[in-house]
Design a protein around this ligand. Structure first.
Ligand SMILES: [Mg+2]
Length: 376
């Protein structure tokens, strides 16, 4: 049996010039932070994870050193406890799955019991744009082979954003499924704007029904269970959410109260692959869709691809893609190879062991930093 010998955490920041004006952040981003977690064993293997910045984790590394890397249930219990006391430690869960796969010589999706090695991507835009600009993005997505695209809408630009949804539908007809993300579920620490009330969400849903939207994402605060239940009764559009909701009992409540049609927890920010593999099956058994959020970097994207392919048979998975501001080169700068869909919008899962990714050590050296923040 092998043993964990150390956990190594490094921070990196990729300068973004021009800055990235993410729709969910009132401050355009000048830096793209990335925290890499490496878990080493005594036979020279290294598991890799990334996602949350792991602030406050250092005190807890001792609970993993000396342990069997394959003791997944034990590690999940400790990570859940740390998730209560300190940070979101789930990048370590991804790293442990990567290490387990390398130890067993199997890809993670197959270890999870998956029977398919491909999954269809939807292009997930990140910037709110004018109708003319958004139409250009949609045409580019069709040309790139995507069959679905997610658009962003928000408070201060709501009418213009809704006009952009209509313009895109007019431009591409039914050649793209269109998802719409309202970004009301949570806020960045420095954003004090209140989330929508039910009345606003219903009004927006009416407008989106007219454009045959595939799902409406995060239309209300994540804890507004009554609002979600009521909204689902008011609209025919499936409602999506839960991308960074933390606790298993919250998801159980969202299921029990019929709040969501589409469950989107991201395994590098919440519950890990170990926890979400069970939730994915519960969601599917309830007749709902499980398809993780993946916005972050290429390692998080790959961890969620492996999870989705291994468990749920999701119709689409999020693929952050919004050039020129958000490219696969920026997103995957820490990897030797960018993750790309084929020309019909499918992503093929790697056959290699673990997560099937390789770090670009030169890029990581160049971007090494003291902290993992979005501005200097
Ligand atoms: Mg979202």
């Amino acid at each position: 049996m092998s043993r964990i010998t150390s956990i190594e955490i490094s921070h990196h920041q990729l300068p973004l010039d021009p800055p990235f004006p993410a729709s969910w952040d009132p401050v355009p981003r000048e830096l793209f932070p990335c925290t890499i977690v490496r878990v080493h064993d005594d036979e020279g293997r290294v598991g890799i994870g990334s996602g949350d910045a792991m602030h406050g984790f250092a005190d807890f590394a001792r609970y993993f050193v000396g342990q069997d890397p394959l003791d997944a249930d034990r590690h999940h219990a400790i990570l859940s406890n740390i998730g209560f006391h300190a940070c979101r430690p789930w990048p370590l869960d991804a790293a442990l799955w990567d290490l387990a796969g390398k130890t067993r010589g199997e890809p993670v999706w197959r270890m999870l019991g998956g029977t398919t090695d491909r999954i269809r991507a939807y292009a997930s835009s990140g910037v709110r744009r004018t109708p003319a600009q958004m139409t250009g993005v949609a045409r580019a997505a069709v040309e790139r082979g995507f069959t679905a695209l997610k658009l962003r809408i928000g408070d201060d630009t709501l009418e213009e954003n809704l006009a952009a949804v209509s313009a895109v539908r007019d431009a591409v007809g039914d050649s793209l499924e269109l998802m719409v993300d309202c970004n009301q579920g949570w806020r960045m620490p420095w954003d004090t704007s209140p989330p929508w009330e039910l009345a606003t969400a219903v009004k927006v849903a009416r407008r989106l029904e007219a454009e045959r939207v595939y799902w409406m994402e995060e239309p209300l605060d994540r804890g507004d269970y009554d609002g979600h239940t009521a909204l689902r009764q008011e609209t025919s559009i499936p409602i999506a959410g839960g991308e960074v909701t933390r606790e298993p009992y919250e998801f159980r409540e969202l299921l029990r109260r019929e709040c969501l049609d589409v469950f989107q927890p991201d395994c590098v920010f919440t519950m890990g692959i170990s926890g979400l593999q069970h939730l994915a099956r519960e969601v599917a058994a309830a007749g709902k869709t499980f398809t993780p959020h993946t916005w972050g970097n290429g390692i998080g994207l790959m961890a969620n691809l492996q999870l989705a392919a291994g468990t749920s048979g999701a119709p689409f998975i999020e693929f952050p893609f919004d050039p020129p501001e958000w490219t696969t080169e920026r997103r995957d700068f820490m990897l030797t190879r960018t993750i790309e869909p084929d020309d019909e919008g499918w992503i093929k899962l790697p056959d290699g062991p673990g997560l099937g990714i390789e770090l670009d050590e030169d890029a990581l050296r160049r971007t090494r930093s003291e902290s993992a923040t979005y501005s200097g």
